[in-house]
Each structure stands twice: as structure tokens, then as C-alpha cells.
Write a protein that binds this ligand. Structure first.
Ligand SMILES: C[S@@+](CC[C@H](N)C(=O)[O-])C[C@H]1O[C@@H](n2cnc3c(N)ncnc32)[C@H](O)[C@@H]1O
Length: 313
């Protein structure tokens, strides 16, 4: 099974991070791979992609091949609901919702939101044409934690029932992101609203860019074992939200492995989705939390963290 056809991480946020933090080696959790393709398109020379699911890595390989094909837009399903961008369990779940969406809104609500060209105007359109009881009722049920866990997420991310989840209100997150960014500039919300990128596109698919040969190396393993065998160097280690699935002891060992592999100037980044990730003091002593001003356009996550390794004083 393919869980994620897309990587559902804000590529503008990731691009701003690599622009501000020069490192020598890049390592990321693969999921749908779009985040890595976006960074390559942005000028990063090479990226290691790591995933426990072979299906995810094969999916990324298919995207690499499709980028060289003459019919790449239809292979990706850029303007349709079929293709490489749509084959995942999460995308199937979101497409189901996008089909009932029009029934929940006032007529013309989606078009009016696309035409609104400021947060103030979008807030007005939301209140007038989107804030229906039908939308509230159905989206709260459809995007309830239980329903999302059961029908949209990788089972490995929801197994540890011992951890106390923090509240995620997907509907409030969705509303906030829709008002903050135009659907033309937000492929993540545009996809949720239409079931495909109707008004937007993924940055690396604009134009005819193709990656250099061997710009991506795929690794079928878990991220901690992978980091433990890394040579000490100035790395970027991206852990997506995989620490959702793991307990405190594992996470402490993971932070330790990251610290061991990294020299001064290295960066470590991850998202919190449902659970708070406890950061060991030993890690905090060596790494600084870098403030992030850029808003994350993806309405799934609670928090995003970027750490940078400091030189020993
Ligand atoms: C991190 S999740 C992102 C999921 C999405 N944000 C969500 O919350 O449903 C997606 C990817 O991480 C992979 N993954 C999960 N745990 C992993 C681990 N310990 N090491 C490497 N990849 C992992 C999964 O196979 C999947 O492709």
C-alpha cells in the first residue's frame, strides 16, 4: 500500500531553511518525495531519501522517471484526479471529502475564495459563504482524529496509545490556512478543497525542470538506524513527523544519534502532529532552536522545529 502520494510538507518553508543554513549533506524522510524534488529544483545538488516503506521509495522513483516523460503532466495527474499525485491513502481520503464539499457550501463559495485577494476578503468570503452548519458538522466528523487515523494515516504513526495526544482541530487549522494564503499560492489547501491542484501547482512541476542524474539516493531503512551509520559531518537531517510514532526512549536515542553524526552548523528539523516531542537536555546544550517566521501552509501540523548545532564553547 502507498500511504502518501505527496509529501504534505511546505516546500517554501523548507527552501527558506536551506537558503539560510548552508550544510554539506541532505537527508530526508521520503514519504511522497515532492519536498526533496522541490529542493533539487531549488538548487540543492543531492539528497538522501530514507523510508521504512519500500512502496514510498518506489513511488519517488516513478516520479523521477515521469519527470523525463513527454506526458509528465498527465503521469503526475497535475490537472486531474488520477496519477502519481493521487495514488496514496491520504490523497484518496482527501478526494472523498472534496467530492462532498460543494454540497456543504453556498453556491459559488469556492470560486469566490479563489477570487478573494487578501486575508480580509477571504475571511469575509469564509463567513458569508463557507461558514455553514453543514460544513461544520460534516468536516468535524470527517476530520475527527479517529476518522483521520483510521482512514488516512500510516498505521505506524498512530500505534503508540500510551502517549497523550495534544488537540489538533483540523477544521480550524484548515480555515486559518485558507484565509492566510490564496488558494493559488497554497497547493495543500487547494488540493483538499478540489481533490487536485485546480488553481495551484507544486513548485518543481512548473516549467520543464528535470533533476540531474543520481541527484537522489534512496535508502530503505528507518531514519534512526540510517543516522547512526552516518559519517560525522555538517548535515541537514529532516525527520518529518516520524517521532509521532515512537516513545520517549526511542526519541532520546534518536536525538543522541543526530548529535553524534552532526558537526557545528548542522540542522535538524521535524514537525509535531499530535504529540509533543520531548527534547533531551543533553541535546539542548549543544543545539539552538532557530526561530521560524514563515507560516506553514499545510493545515495538518501543530508545530515545526528547526535546531542548529552550535560550536562547543
Ligand atoms: C512521516 S510520515 C508523514 C505523515 C503525515 N504527515 C501524517 O501525519 O500522516 C510519512 C512517511 O514516514 C515514513 N516513516 C515513518 N516512520 C519512519 C521511520 N522511523 N524511518 C523512516 N521513515 C519512516 C512513512 O513510511 C511515510 O512514508
Amino acid at each position: 500500500m502507498l500511504y502518501y502520494a505527496q509529501s504534505w510538507e511546505d516546500t517554501s518553508l523548507l527552501r527558506s531553511i536551506v537558503d539560510a543554513n548552508e550544510v554539506d549533506h541532505y537527508h530526508m524522510v521520503a514519504s511522497g518525495g515532492d519536498h526533496a524534488l522541490s529542493l533539487l529544483n531549488h538548487g540543492i545538488p543531492h539528497i538522501h531519501l530514507v523510508d521504512t516503506e519500500q512502496t514510498q521509495l518506489q513511488h519517488v522513483q516513478k516520479k523521477l522517471e515521469a519527470l523525463h516523460a513527454t506526458d509528465r503532466d498527465s503521469l503526475f495527474g497535475l490537472h486531474s484526479r488520477k496519477g502519481l499525485l493521487h495514488e496514496g491513502r491520504l490523497e484518496g481520503f482527501l478526494q472523498k471529502f472534496s467530492r462532498v464539499f460543494p454540497l456543504l457550501l453556498s453556491p459559488g463559495a469556492r470560486r469566490a475564495m479563489v477570487q478573494a485577494n487578501s486575508p480580509e476578503q477571504r475571511a469575509e468570503v469564509y463567513d458569508k459563504l463557507w461558514n455553514t452548519r453543514r460544513l461544520q458538522f460534516l468536516s468535524n466528523r470527517f476530520f475527527s482524529r479517529e476518522n483521520v487515523d483510521t482512514n488516512a494515516r500510516h498505521p505506524g504513526l498512530i500505534q503508540d496509545k500510551s502517549k497523550k495526544p495534544t488537540q489538533v482541530n483540523y477544521v480550524d487549522e484548515f480555515k486559518a490556512k485558507m484565509i492566510a494564503h490564496s488558494l493559488i499560492d497554497n497547493p495543500y489547501v487547494d488540493y483538499i478543497v478540489h481533490g487536485y491542484h485546480k488553481n495551484s501547482s507544486l513548485d518543481y512541476l512548473k516549467g520543464n525542470w528535470v533533476p540531474e542524474p543520481n541527484a537522489i539516493t534512496l535508502h530503505h531503512t528507518d531514519m534512526k538506524s540510517y543516522v547512526e551509520q552516518l559519517p560525522s559531518a555538517r548535515h541537514m537531517i529532516h525527520a518529518s513527523d516520524i517521532m509521532e510514532a515512537t516513545d520517549g526512549t526511542f526519541n532520546n536515542d534518536f536525538f543522541e544519534a543526530v548529535d553524534q553524526a552532526c558537526t557545528t552548523g548542522s540542522i535538524f528539523l521535524y514537525w509535531e502532529h499530535r504529540y509533543t516531542v520531548q527534547v533531551p537536555d543533553s541535546f539542548k546544550n549543544q543545539w539552538k532552536l532557530v526561530p521560524i517566521s514563515r507560516d506553514d501552509r499545510v493545515p495538518f501540523y501543530n508545530n515545526f522545529y528547526l535546531w542548529q548545532k552550535q560550536s562547543k564553547v
